[in-house]
Design a protein around this ligand. Structure first.
Ligand SMILES: [Cu+2]
Length: 182
């Protein structure tokens, strides 16, 4: 459409600048490091779980994660025995299919990394060992519901008349309670 005082070809240039700025903004968001929960856990068949090898207890430490958000575990076997780690969604003191179970780990010095996305409904469960069960090797894990991030455009607000040949900032505010961004 033609606007008084601003030739049509200028609008395409303005649009290009605006699109460029938006793309730059998106790129900086997408390249931000993935955020989520990460824990280091030491398991022991006779003692339970701990965040360090000297703080192993039963129950183990409370873990808090968010539904659908990435969780990174570093798993050690403090007693050198073979263990797995899972979330006991069905409460049977064992690891079943669909319970976010790790692979086996048995080293007290070399961590086995395990990344997963909690599949269960928000709530409090026990994490347990798939080999020794959850009678000693258990601890609480809380899955919080995911909260959708919000974004709003602060500028332009619809009343600006931009001309070509100069840069204009496209400003937005983003809020993500699960992954706060400074
Ligand atoms: Cu075990």
């Amino acid at each position: 459409m033609e606007r008084p005082g601003i030739p049509l070809h200028r609008w395409s240039g303005i649009a290009a600048v605006a699109v460029l700025l938006i793309l730059v903004g998106l790129a900086s968001l997408l390249s931000a490091p993935a955020r989520g929960a990460s824990f280091t856990l030491y398991g022991s068949a006779g003692q339970g779980w701990g965040l360090t090898p000297t703080t192993i207890a039963s129950p183990g430490p409370t873990l808090v994660v968010t539904q659908g958000e990435r969780v990174d575990l570093l798993l050690f076997a403090a007693d050198g025995a073979t263990h797995t780690w899972c979330i006991d969604y069905n409460g049977d003191n064992a690891c079943s299919v669909g319970e976010n179970e790790s692979g086996q780990f048995s080293s007290s010095t070399v961590a086995m990394p395990f990344t997963f996305w909690p599949t269960g409904a928000p709530g409090v469960y026990n994490y347990v060992c798939g080999i020794h069960g959850g009678f000693i090797m258990h601890g609480p894990i809380r899955i919080n519901p995911a909260v959708k991030p919000t974004v709003s455009i602060a500028s332009p607000n619809g009343s600006q008349q931009w001309t070509g040949g100069s840069a204009h900032a496209v400003v937005w505010n983003i809020n993500d309670p699960n992954d706060p961004i400074a």
